[in-house]
Design a protein around this ligand. Structure first.
Ligand code: ADP
Length: 538
């Protein structure tokens, strides 16, 4: 295998512009593209760049120590560029979950974490964020190697976003307040907002770091201890982050990390009697299993962040060039592997044909290739299972007589690269318009009336997010109130500030993460009612 060294980065500002929802000038875009055109060919995929990082942590983290699994078993974690093994990682199962839960239980019941001052907890989280920033490029390289996402995206957006989230929740740690409640009678009533206890958290592979932060950040700020089960496809960056947490002074047992599979380690965590709360992000099907396991064990409260089939609505007054760019970003970002991907692009009939032509041209120019390469917009899909599933959906689109505008096949002969694909003439009841494809496949649908598109956009079992593109404030308001989704982005998409809540309506989930809303997931409310002996006014 030929190997090249990682070349320098494009400037952060240029890259962020290419990623962000606001579209850069034509000159900026075309210079970025011409720089990367040569890497979009299948031939370029054969020549691999050596990741500029080593894998140092592959064991489980239990009670402050990196340890082998009880069974001694390991499982391979793969490079999606090739399907080759990066490292063998300790495979946790029910026994390891027991060990991790005991450590978390002890750290909660007897250890310093819930008893520390909130300010001390906040300081540890801030020290962790500093260390993440110090190790930014190594963490990003590990994320790219294990997940396949473009290195520039990991280094310039995700790792900084990861640190930012911990700073945000560090800020909350000493601002969690109870209430004084004016009750009838001679009582002094106050509420104490206490940590819930041992939090079990199960995360997916599409944003391994951000999912870690969305779950671990609020849980730690509220004084809980944690057992985190990472996705079997992407165990590496969480272990690296765990090492930094220990360095930042996190006491043993507060954060335990078990790598392993869902039906073994994940199910053991969801059904554990000593776990006080479970938070899950993943597919709707698995979310149902997790909820059932929680109910059948100890009725632990559950938050679920699940699948989506989010509409992106381009109205008749849209600037078509900008709409094309934003709709492209809304779907293709992260190889289309976003639960909130704008995967049904509804376009008003008056601009439909122009939009379609430009959307096709944009997708054909998308730079796909080795994610360590400078300027790459799209890397490989995560694994063979997702890769095959996406190709099956593409086949189903063709068979149901949607028009394949571009793409439709794999790219190259190794790894899990898929050509940016667009279908037009898509009908609402086609499988490709109903199911979550989780890949680089844009489906374009035509609409006439705003009222009608609201009904059609809502005609799905999901309700995670929606995008609206219009210059008319009344249309924006009508759509954002009419759409049944946890987030509506107007003239922007995928804006994931730490303070903005995120979660789903309908089968897209239960509860909200991020922002102030997430704190409630990790707190119990205790009412303390004290009888007043001689109230002055009685
Ligand atoms: P995907 O299909 O995108 O991989 P999943 O919902 O299967 O999504 O996986 C998300 C997370 O849920 C992963 O960490 C996975 O290991 C875990 N998981 C899968 N099956 C189960 C299960 N039966 N119980 C608990 N967790 C599970």
């Amino acid at each position: 295998m030929a190997a090249r060294r990682l070349s320098g980065l494009i400037p952060r500002s240029l890259y962020l512009r290419s990623l962000s929802s606001s579209v850069g000038s034509r000159g900026q875009r075309s210079s970025l593209r011409s720089e990367v055109q040569r890497f979009s060919s299948a031939a370029a995929l054969e020549e691999l760049i050596t990741p500029p990082v080593k894998v140092n942590y592959t064991q489980l983290l239990i009670d402050g120590k990196f340890v082998d699994s009880a069974s001694g078993k390991t499982f391979p974690t793969l490079d999606p560029r090739t399907g080759e093994v990066i490292a063998n990682v300790a495979e946790g199962d029910a026994e390891d979950i027991n060990r991790a839960v005991s450590a978390a239980r002890k750290a909660f019941d007897e250890g310093p974490w819930p008893k520390m001052t909130a300010y001390e907890r906040s300081c540890i989280m801030l020290r962790f964020a500093d260390l993440v920033e110090k190790h930014n490029d190594d963490i990003a390289a590990l994320e790219t190697w294990n997940n396949g996402k473009p290195y520039e995206q990991a280094a310039q957006v995700e790792v900084p976003g990861f640190a930012r989230l911990f700073r945000y929740y560090a800020g909350w740690a000493d601002k969690i307040l109870g209430l004084t409640v004016p009750a009838d009678g001679p009582y002094h009533v106050q509420t104490l907002h206490e940590p819930i206890g041992v939090a079990g958290q199960i995360i997916p592979w599409n944003f391994p770091l951000l999912m870690f932060a969305w779950k671990v950040g609020p849980a730690l700020a509220c004084g809980n201890t944690i057992v985190l089960k990472t996705a079997e496809q992407t165990p590496l960056t969480a272990l690296y982050a765990a090492k930094l947490f220990l360095e930042a002074g996190l006491p043993p047992g507060v954060l335990n990390i078990v790598s392993g599979y869902g039906p073994t380690a994940g199910a053991a965590l969801a059904s554990h009697m000593d776990v006080d709360k479970i938070a899950f992000t993943g597919s709707t099907e698995t979310g149902k299993i997790v909820q059932e396991l929680a109910a059948k064990s100890n009725l632990k409260p559950v938050t679920l962040e699940l699948g989506g089939k989010s509409p992106f609505i381009v109205c008749k007054d849209a600037d078509v060039d900008k709409a094309v760019e934003l709709a492209h970003f809304a779907l293709f970002f992260n190889q289309g592997q976003c639960c909130c991907a704008g995967s049904r692009t509804f376009v008003h009939e008056s601009v439909h044909d122009e939009f379609l032509e430009k959307a096709r041209a944009r997708a054909q120019k998308r730079s796909v290739g080795d994610p360590f390469q400078k300027g790459i917009e799209q890397g490989p899909q995560i694994d063979s299972e997702q890769f095959e599933k996406i190709l099956r959906y593409i086949k189903s689109g063709v068979e149901s007589n949607a028009t394949l505008e571009c793409g439709g096949d794999r790219l190259g002969s190794k790894g899990y690269y898929i050509q940016p694909t667009i279908f037009s003439n898509v009908k609402d009841d086609m499988l490709i318009a109903q199911d979550e494809i989780f890949g680089p496949v844009q489906t374009i649908l035509k609409f006439k009336e705003v009222g009608d598109v609201i009904k059609r956009a809502n005609a799905t079992r999901y309700g995670l997010a929606a995008g609206v593109f219009t210059q008319n404030i009344d249309t924006a308001n009508t759509l954002s109130r009419g759409l049944r989704a946890g987030t509506v982005w107007v003239n922007c998409f995928d804006v994931f500030d730490a303070a903005i809540p995120f979660g789903g309506y309908k089968m897209s989930g239960v509860g909200r993460e991020k922002g102030i809303y997430s704190l409630n997931n990790y707190l119990q409310v205790k009412a303390v009612v004290t009888k007043l002996k001689n109230p002055a006014w009685l």
